[in-house]
Every structure is written in C-alpha cells, then in structure tokens.
Design a protein around this ligand. Sequence first.
Ligand SMILES: Nc1ncnc2c1ncn2[C@@H]1O[C@H](COP(=O)(O)OP(=O)(O)OP(=O)(O)O)[C@@H](O)[C@H]1O
Length: 252
Amino acid sequence: MLTLSGVVAGYGGGDVLQGVDLHCAAQTVTCIVGPNGAGKSTVLRVISGLLRPRRGEVTMGGQRTDRLAPDEILRRGITQVPQSHALFPGLSVRENVLMGGYLLRRDRRLLAERYAQVVERIPLVAERSGEHAGNLSGGQRRMVEIARCLMLEPKLVLLDEPSLGLDPRSLAEVSRVISDLHEAGVTVLLVEQNVRLGLGLATHGVVMEGGVVRLTGSAAEVRDHPEIAELYLGGRPLQNDADRRARGLEYG
Ligand SMILES: Nc1ncnc2c1ncn2[C@@H]1O[C@H](COP(=O)(O)OP(=O)(O)OP(=O)(O)O)[C@@H](O)[C@H]1O
C-alpha cells in the first residue's frame, strides 16, 4: 500500500533520512521504533507531504505522492496525528473534530454523517462536544486529535508518539482506538518511544537508526530480536515465554 524507496530528506542543509526503504502492506499496523533523532518523525512528515524528500520516492497504492501538496495527500486518504498540541484550545471539541472535515465543508450532509461515525468510534467526542478543547486532559486531547483525523475516512493513519504523556487509562483508550482502526481495515503507521506498547499494538515493526531502516519484520520478530531486547527493553535478550512475561511482554 505505502512504499518509501531510497528516501533522502532533511531540514536546511543536512539530510536526516539517508535513504529510507519502507513498506506497509494494506490493513497492517506498523510501528517504527529507534533512538531519539533516528528520523522517525521525519519519515511521517515526508509521507504526509510536510517535508519534500530530496531524493527517492513515496508511493501509495502504486501512485507517487512525494511531489504532491499536503492537502492533495490528505485527499488521497493519508492523515497524520501530530505529536501533540494540535488542537485549537479556544474551540469546542465538536468544532475541533469538524475541522478535520474541512475538505468536505461544502457537503454538509456528508460532514454530519462522518461526524456521527467518528462519535460512534470515540464516544468522548459526544460526551464533551461543547467543551473547550483547552480544558481537556492530555489523554482526552489525544482522543480528540485522533477523532479529528478520522473525519476524512483515511486509508492510512500516521500517529506520532500516541502514548506521549498519557496516564494508563488514556493509554488503554488510545490502544483500543488503534485496534479498532486495524479491525476496520485502516492501515496504521505509528512512531512510538514506548517500544513495548508500540510493538504490542502492531503487526509489523521497523527499527530506525541514524536515518536508515536497520531492521524490519513482524512485531514479534522485532520485539524478540536480541539487539532490540538489549537496547530498548532492558537487559539480556529474551530466552523464552517466562522471560517475556517477566518483562510485561504478554499482550493477552
Ligand atoms: N523542523 C526541524 N528543523 C531542523 N531540524 C529538525 C527539525 N525536526 C527535526 N529535526 C532534526 O532531525 C533529526 C531527526 O528528528 P526526528 O524528529 O525525525 O527524530 P525522531 O527519530 O522522531 O526522534 P525524536 O523521538 O527525538 O523525535 C534530529 O536531529 C532533529 O533535531
């Protein structure tokens, strides 16, 4: 569905991405992990069109998207939930969510239909619809940010650090929504510092380091890879199921 080949991109003079090759099959959840500065968020920015690659290609369903403007990429079904602080604090929850349907603004019926679907998926939007977004907790804001990106019925959702700063209850809510999207056939690509959580939600894992992809595989393969266990999950590589349980890597 989504393919990056040889993507080189950066800010100002330097290249952060040094030739990224990445593929996300349709209806999968892929989690990118890696150390700070590896270029994970930059990959998402290239896909959503906020940053144009200097070299390489991005294709979605076989069609190139890397030369398109961000709104055109949005029209093709790719939406990004940014890292944080993406809501308008002085606007209500409902207004913030409706903003996500800006491209549909001339079709009021469709807009209302989509809003109803989003509310069904994320009931918090209805419960708090009239409240200023600025009054919500961090976890609630994250849910509204996700709700907003669903207004266009995306094919591919990009999530940058969905767990950042969330309490356990909000984490569970965000995880539920990601699983729901997966079940509904939406393709998800997320960047996550919380490696356990991210790979626990994902079907596939990608490890980035120094602006390139170092490792890809099923989420379980990446999670159990000796280097990953060593680097990100603390301690010696996992040996068996008992090890996995001991490190909280069982996901029911
Ligand atoms: N807008 C920007 N302008 C200039 N440099 C940037 C910008 N955004 C990111 N960078 C730099 O690009 C490099 C990669 O950043 P990126 O945010 O993609 O990393 P990351 O893997 O997502 O890590 P992190 O978890 O720290 O965000 C970093 O060195 C960062 O300082």
